[in-house]
Design a protein around this ligand. Structure first.
Ligand code: ADP
Ligand code: ZN
Length: 636
C-alpha cells in the first residue's frame, strides 16, 4: 500500500467510527414498551392512554402498520414504582412510550373506540418510513459525503502546489542550477570560516578519498554569529563550491501549531537529503527548534521537544557513507540543547563574527563591483573605518542605499557624499529635516555637538573626528561621528578615559554656555557609565585592583551581556559604585577644563554648525587648528 492509500484507509475507518457513534447517540432515546393489540384495547378502556390534544401532530399516531403513543404520567409513575426488579414488564429507562402493531383490515374498531373515549389521535396513512431507509439515511449517506470529500482532498494533494493535508511535508527548498551558484568569492571578510569549511568541500567532492584515509568525516557544522554576517551565504557557497544540491529550512518552520508536524518535517527533510546525496542541508535559526529541552516555561513545549528529538535521532541514524552534510546557523549557541553539540551531530562550531575593518572593506568591494559606478572620490577604506559594528548585510544595505541616493539625485556616479548619507541612514534612519526644532533647541544642539567635537579634537588619545552635524536623524537631534582605529584591539586606560571625556563633552558645553541641563545627553551618559563600570569590574583599572567583579554570561560576538551574577559582597558593590563614580566625575572635571580653556573655539564651531549644519574633519581642523599629536612612544 502506498502512503496515500494508507492515509485514505485510516481516514475511512475514522469516518466510519464517527458515523456509527452518531447513529447510536440518535437512537439511544427512551425505550418503548411494545405490547399486544389486545392489551392496548384494554388500556384504552381503562383510560390509561394519553390524549394527543391535537389531531395533526403529537404522540398518538396511527399508521398502516403501527400505533405509537404514550401512557398517562400517573400510570407510568405507578407502574415503574411497582414493577418487580427481577421480572420487569416495562423497559428500564421507560418514560411511557408504547408501540403496538396494527392490522388495518381487522383492528376491532380502534378508531371508533378512541373516538368514543374522546381521545384525539393522528393518522399518518402509509407514512411509515421503512427502517432500512432510515439506516441508509443516517449511515450510508454521510459516508458517501465523507468519501467524496476524501477523494476531493486526495486530488488536491496530488495536484501540485496544493497544501491540503500536507502539513507534514518539510518546506525545504531546493536550490538548483538555475539559481546563480554562490561561491566563496561572493563571501568576503570571513577567511577563517572559509578555511574551516574548505575541508567540508573537499569531503563532498571526493568522499572516497576521506574514507580511504580513515579521516573523520564531518557530519554537522554549526555556524555561530550575529544576524547578517553571511552564514546563509557561506552554507550556500559550500554547496556552490562543491557543486552539490542545497536544501534549506528555517528552524522556525519546524515549530508549527500542529502536534507531530515538526517531527515529521524533520524526517521528511532527512529523506530528501538522503535521496539527493551528496548534498547540503542547511537549518537556519537552529535555536528556534534546538533550545535546551525542559527549558520551556510552563512545559507547553512538547511539540518542540519532539521535533528536537526527531532531529537528534535522524542525525544519529546517518550512515557514515551518506555524504549529507548538515550546516546550521544560530546566534544563540548558549541556549542550544547540549545533545545537539555532541560528537556526530553539530560537533564543529565555526564562529562567523561581525567583520573588522579589513573585512568590511572586502565586503564593500564585493558589493560595489560592476555594475556599480563609483566616483573618483570614493574611498572605501574610510567607509570601512567609519562603520564599526556593521554586519555584511548592513554594508550591502549601505551600498544599495548609496546607489539609490545617487540615482535619485541624478548623479553619474556614486560619490562619497552618497555613501556617507547611506551610512547614516542605515545606522540611524533617514534625516528628519522636517522635524520642527526651535531656534533655541538648535543652538543647544549645536553647542552640544561642538562640545563633543572640540574635546575629541584636543584630547590626543581620542579617535579623530569624522563628522559633526545638527541635522536630526532617527531619535538624535545631532551626531558627532568619530573614526575609530580598530587596529587597536587592546585600548589602554588613557584611551578609555579619553572616550569618556568625549562622551561628557556635550553636556559640559551646554552647561557652560547656557547654565542649563537638558535630557539630550542621556545616551552619552549611558555609554560613559558603561565604560567606567567595565574599567572597574572587568579591566582592573581602579583602586579596587586587578580583579574582576561579577561573573557574566557573555557572548563575545553578540556584544551584549546576557546576565551578570553578583559574586561579591555588598560592601564591594558600594566600593565599585564609588570607583565608577570617581572615574566619571574625574572625566567630567577634565571635560570642563578643556571646554573652558577653549571657549572661543567652541563658539566658532557652534556658529559654523548653525550656519552649515554639517562639518567634516577638514572644516573642524580649519576652525580649531591642527590636532595635537600624541608623543611617540619611545618603546615602539
Ligand atoms: P546570516 O545568514 O548570517 O543572517 P546572510 O547570509 O543571510 O546572513 O546575509 C545577508 C546578506 O548580507 C547576504 O545576502 C549578503 O548579500 C550580505 N552579506 C552578509 N555577509 C556578507 C559577507 N561576508 N560578504 C558579502 N556579503 C555579505
Ligand atoms: Zn552627545
Amino acid at each position: 500500500m502506498n502512503k496515500n492509500t494508507k492515509n485514505m484507509f485510516v481516514w475511512f475507518i475514522l469516518g466510519l467510527v464517527v458515523v456509527v457513534t452518531i447513529y447510536q447517540i440518535i437512537n439511544r432515546g427512551d425505550q418503548v414498551y411494545e405490547m399486544p393489540t389486545s392489551d392496548f384495547h384494554s388500556y384504552i378502556s381503562e383510560k390509561y392512554i394519553k390524549d394527543n390534544g391535537n389531531p395533526f401532530e403529537g404522540y398518538l399516531i396511527l399508521d398502516d402498520e403501527w400505533v405509537e403513543g404514550k401512557f398517562r404520567e400517573e400510570f407510568v409513575a405507578i407502574n415503574k414504582q411497582e414493577q418487580s426488579v427481577e421480572n420487569p414488564i416495562f423497559p428500564q429507562n421507560w418514560n411511557g412510550n408504547f408501540k403496538t402493531s396494527r392490522d388495518t383490515s381487522e383492528d376491532y374498531g380502534l378508531q371508533e373506540k378512541l373516538n368514543t373515549q374522546g381521545i384525539i389521535f393522528n393518522i399518518k396513512p402509509g407514512s411509515n418510513f421503512p427502517d432500512w431507509l432510515l439506516v441508509i439515511g443516517t449511515t450510508v449517506v454521510p459516508l458517501l459525503i465523507f468519501l467524496g470529500l476524501m477523494i476531493f482532498l486526495s486530488r488536491q494533494m496530488q495536484g501540485s502546489g496544493n497544501r491540503a493535508l500536507s502539513f507534514g511535508k518539510s518546506k525545504a527548498r531546493l536550490h538548483t542550477e538555475t539559481d546563480k551558484p554562490v561561491t566563496f568569492d561572493d563571501v568576503a571578510g570571513v577567511d577563517e570560516a572559509k578555511d574551516a569549511l574548505e575541508e567540508v568541500i573537499q569531503f563532498l567532492k571526493a568522499p572516497s578519498k576521506f574514507e580511504r584515509l580513515g579521516g573523520t568525516i564531518p557530519k554537522g557544522v554549526l555556524l555561530v554569529g550575529p544576524p547578517g554576517t553571511g552564514k546563509t551565504m557561506l552554507a550556500k557557497a559550500v554547496a556552490g563550491e562543491a557543486d552539490v544540491p542545497f536544501f534549506s529550512i528555517s528552524g522556525s518552520d519546524f515549530v508549527e501549531m500542529f502536534v507531530g508536524v515538526g517531527a515529521s518535517r524533520v524526517r521528511d527533510l532527512f529523506e530528501t537529503g538522503k535521496k539527493n546525496a551528496p548534498c547540503i542541508i542547511f537549518i537556519d535559526e537552529l535555536d528556534a527548534v534546538g533550545r535546551h529541552r525542559g527549558a520551556g516555561i510552563g512545559g507547553g513545549h512538547d511539540e518542540r521537544e519532539q521535533t528536537l528529538n526527531a532531529l537528534l535521532v535522524q542525525m544519529q541514524g546517518f550512515e557514515d557513507s551518506e555524504t549529507v552534510i548538515m550546516i546550521a546557523a544560530t546566534n544563540r549557541p548558549d541556549v542550544l540543547d547540549p545533545a545537539l553539540l555532541r560528537p556526530g551531530r553539530f560537533d564543529r562550531q565555526i564562529i562567523v563574527d561581525l567583520p573588522d575593518v579589513r573585512g568590511r572593506k572586502a565586503i564593500l568591494d564585493v558589493h560595489t563591483k560592476e555594475p556599480y559606478k563609483l566616483a573618483e572620490d570614493v574611498n572605501l577604506e574610510i567607509m570601512a573605518k567609519a562603520t564599526p559594528g556593521f554586519s555584511g548585510a548592513d554594508l550591502k544595505n549601505m551600498a544599495n542605499e548609496a546607489a539609490l541616493l545617487a540615482a535619485r539625485e541624478d548623479k553619474e556616479h556614486i560619490d562619497m557624499e552618497c555613501f556617507d548619507e547611506a551610512k547614516d541612514r542605515v545606522l540611524m534612519g533617514p534625516e528628519r529635516r522636517s522635524l520642527v526644532i526651535s531656534d533655541e533647541e538648535r543652538r543647544v544642539t549645536a553647542y552640544h555637538e561642538a562640545g563633543h567635537a572640540l574635546i575629541s579634537h584636543f584630547v590626543p588619545e581620542s579617535d579623530p573626528n569624522y563628522k559633526c552635524t545638527i541635522v536630526p536623524r532617527g531619535r538624535a537631534l545631532g551626531v558627532t561621528a568619530l573614526l575609530p582605529d580598530e587596529e587597536r584591539h587592546n585600548p589602554n586606560r588613557k584611551k578609555l578615559i579619553a572616550d569618556i571625556i568625549v562622551f561628557l563633552g556635550g553636556r559640559v558645553a551646554e552647561e557652560t554656555i547656557f547654565g542649563e541641563q537638558t535630557t539630550g545627553a542621556q545616551n552619552d551618559f549611558e555609554r560613559a557609565t558603561r565604560l567606567a563600570r567595565h574599567m572597574v569590574t572587568q579591566w582592573g583599572m581602579s583602586p579596587l585592583g586587578p580583579l574582576t567583579y561579577g561573573r557574566r554570561d557573555e557572548q563575545i560576538f553578540l556584544g551584549k551581556e546576557l546576565a551578570v551574577h553578583q559574586d561579591y559582597s555588598e560592601q564591594t558593590a558600594i566600593a565599585i559604585d564609588k570607583a565608577v563614580h570617581d572615574i566619571v566625575m574625574e572625566c567630567y572635571e577634565n571635560a570642563k577644563e578643556i571646554i573652558e580653556t577653549n571657549l572661543d573655539g567652541l563658539k566658532h564651531l557652534a556658529d559654523a554648525l548653525l550656519e552649515r549644519e554639517t562639518l567634516i574633519t577638514e572644516e573642524i581642523e580649519e576652525i580649531l587648528g591642527p590636532r595635537p599629536q600624541l608623543p611617540t612612544n619611545p618603546l615602539t
